[in-house]
Design a protein around this ligand. Sequence first.
Ligand SMILES: Nc1ncnc2c1ncn2[C@@H]1O[C@H](COP(=O)(O)OP(=O)(O)OP(=O)(O)O)[C@@H](O)[C@H]1O
Length: 323
Amino acid sequence: MTQTLPTAPSGAPPAVRFRHVAKSFGAVRAVSGIDLDVRAGETVALLGRNGAGKSTTVSLLLGLDTPDAGSVRLFGEPPERAVRDGRVGAMLQDARPVPRVTARELVAFVARTHPAPMPVAEALDLAGLTDLAGRRVDRLSGGQAQRVRFAVALVGNPALIVLDEPTAALDVEARRAFWASVRGRARRGHTVLFSTHHLEEADAYADRIVVIDRGRIVADGTAEQLRRAAGGSLVSFDLAGRPSEGLAALPGVGCVEVRGDRARLRTEDPDATVVALVGLGAVRGLEVTAPSLEDAFLALTDAPAPTAAAVPAAPADTVVEVR
Ligand SMILES: Nc1ncnc2c1ncn2[C@@H]1O[C@H](COP(=O)(O)OP(=O)(O)OP(=O)(O)O)[C@@H](O)[C@H]1O
């Protein structure tokens, strides 16, 4: 098996550094002033809606595109040099299969271009390709071809692994195996940066989530920090016949929703709200729930609410009645 990477010396430059990076395509500002550091050994998710700027960010990171402004450095070097030195492995969305070569031949070819590759059989195994190694890559299914791209990204044993929407074509089992392999890399000290639409994948596998919207970073932190940044824990309880008037004035409460006999309060300060409710004796069925990552993502990216059950972002003194 491949060895754990040596720990980066203290004071070493970050694996990824973007400074004021901008990129436009005609009138479209795909990336609009991004500043981002990824420390060696971190696993970071780039999360954003369609067209948010994730793939453009990945292209700039790999040196496939040149920024109009700002700078990109990988381990303190220009991306082209870091890629040439074999420090970066990438799995891109739209890589075309090479005709007439087998998965093993392709992965072996890429291994030979790297200074310290892992054994080809290991890369094939990590990508779940052992049984498909002798098949031509241009005859594989979409999910199988995606696994070949993963093996290609891994085989050079690169310090930085970049994965652009890596699980889009994978079935449930392949997805689970894929993330187990990614985690294995991260445990060995590799830096992993992946872009995704899947909030649950960002939540489960990233140390840090960077939310991109309209070419800008709108949030950067752990899933827990993002949930908190979106604000608004929910405190709910049974009214038990009490009137709902006055609840919006309780400490921390921004919005009140009443469904039948149950009140749901969105609050910036759940502790203070609960203490106030206890003071009123309104404790039957009392529950406090943190906002989900989906709530946070939607709040951060300004998208329309996905379900009628979401509490509307109403002004502080509004009482929303839903019957
Ligand atoms: N080569 C290009 N020419 C013109 N416009 C482009 C080009 N590449 C990207 N864009 C535009 O830049 C914006 C950002 O696109 P990008 O592909 O980076 O988004 P994304 O977050 O990766 O989206 P998705 O999740 O749909 O893949 C979009 O408005 C897109 O249409």
